[in-house]
Ligand binder design. Sequence first.
Ligand code: DP6
Length: 359
Amino acid sequence: MTEKDFLPAPYQHFSDGGKVTWKAPSNIALVKYWGKLAHQIPANPSISFTLDACATTTSVSYQKKEGNIGGFSFDLFFEGKPKADFKPKIETFFGRIEAYLPFLKKYHFAIETSNSFPHSSGIASSASGMAALSLCLMDIEKQLNPEMDEGFFKTKASFLARLGSGSACRSIEGDLIQWGEHPKIPNSSNLYGIKYPFEVNPIFKKYHDTILLVHKGQKQVSSTVGHDLMHNHPYAQNRFQQAYDNLDRLKSILADGNLEDFIKIVESEALTLHAMMMTSMPYFILMKPDTLEIINKIWKYRNESNVPICFTLDAGANVHVLYPESVKEKAIQFIQDELVVHCEKGHYICDRIGVGAKK
Ligand code: DP6
């Protein structure tokens, strides 16, 4: 599909108003998206596990405006309180998606949003937040165009979410979502996420992600600044190629349930992401001493016990500890005994692979 396929035909109905609510999960990338071109086109393909517990719930009330003039009109409430500092991001988002949702200027919107995870956890809510908002807007569009089919609804929600935040396009469905054109992945697209189309071993269907909150403060580098660092980055082309190759390699690994090789790719991707930040200009170190302590402890424990537990990282200091259902008790015991001490105030979040957003 191309951008044009998301431009709607004239609407058949016009509702005066209503309210819709969606809950969308966060996701954790196995092969990372880092670097983008204009219009939120990723520099390389990525793949993620959709999460379950970490989610954003958004309600959008909409009411027809008098006349058809003026710009976008909306109020924004975060966890029950007006949130003026989120408004510019939504304004930019509406500007990017207006051509695809021409009803946007016809309504006044009240957007109420809240996260299942604490605001100050250092967990980015842009993926779940933009996914939930896009689903609400699609729900409104479906009322104006009731014939829309389910598949198109989800694909367009992912397309819109991407224009809000790249990784958000991987937060509409579960459980393993791929985004970005790859010559060997049929139907892969730079415009939206797709369900991973190849065989996936049952071991990856029940995977856990325990998120260790090492540092709950604001991110030192916003993702927009971060992606920009890949322009003129000395290692950019090799890095992008590596992401293509890792997606290639994952095909048989995911089918066979080869955890040893899965771990190699996932941990290497996390460290490469941080290596890109350390070798850009300007340069950043986003890991904290506790991040490194955790990584070293995971390596030691895995070597000694053969329990297939591994880590991945986002663009921050928190650590995502990944492990299959079969070693859940052992992994949780190890996390509590050895790793929680490295978390800010001992806080961590137990999450797992999930099935996607819900109305
Ligand atoms: C490190 O999706 O937050 O989490 O498109 O600028 O909103 P924008 O970036 P964003 O970048 C996420 C980067 C990452 C890796 C990943 O999720 O693939």
